[in-house]
Design a protein around this ligand. Structure first.
Ligand SMILES: [Zn+2]
Length: 179
């Protein structure tokens, strides 16, 4: 049996009670950047409903150039959409959420990183850039990186948080601030 079969059955259940959400501003006025780890789905952890918040996920939840590009585009799009209702002073808050027990933490070890680079063909520097050994340290670095980017709209604020896999609790490391 294809592995997607049970998930498609769940989707059938979902679609039966589904009501489509029109394209518009995210109603929570928050954009989440977090890790792709299957133990930290923001919809479940933060109780997000459809239409509330865009989510960008990668290994570690790191603020990479690709993530910054996406945020720049989403800010432009939000500005366009809000323009229909009158120009907005603020658009949304980017919440960067790193977590404990991150699988990218192994990449902090030079020997592991070298072996991973050899096995995958991914440059060692790129692997090192996604490492989250201490989420409290990396989340601060990524909030600062995003705030320092010339691509970040002045109408977008940035905050930093850590999700604890052991307790299920999200704590705020850096309160939201504008560039
Ligand atoms: Zn992770």
């Amino acid at each position: 049996m294809p592995r997607m079969t049970p998930l498609l059955d769940r989707n059938e259940q979902f679609a039966r009670a589904y009501a489509p959400v029109p394209l518009g501003l995210p109603t929570a006025q928050v954009l989440i950047v977090t890790c792709l780890d299957h133990r930290i789905d923001p919809a479940i952890v933060l109780g997000l409903q459809l239409g509330e918040a865009p989510v960008i996920r990668n290994a570690g939840g790191r603020v990479t150039p690709a993530v910054i590009d996406d945020i720049a585009y989403l800010a432009f799009l939000a500005e366009q959409l809000s323009g229909r209702q009158g120009p907005a002073d603020t658009l949304f808050e980017v919440a960067v959420v790193h977590h404990t027990q991150c699988g990218t933490g192994f990449l902090d070890d030079p020997d592991f990183r070298r072996r991973a680079a050899e096995a995958t063909g991914v440059p060692e520097a790129a692997l090192g850039a996604s490492a989250v050994a201490d989420p409290h340290v990396t989340v601060k670095a990524d909030v600062e990186r995003l705030l320092a980017s010339p691509l970040l709209s002045p109408k977008v604020s940035v905050s930093g948080h850590v999700y604890d896999i052991a307790t299920g609790r999200v704590t705020t490391t850096l309160d939201a601030r504008y560039p």
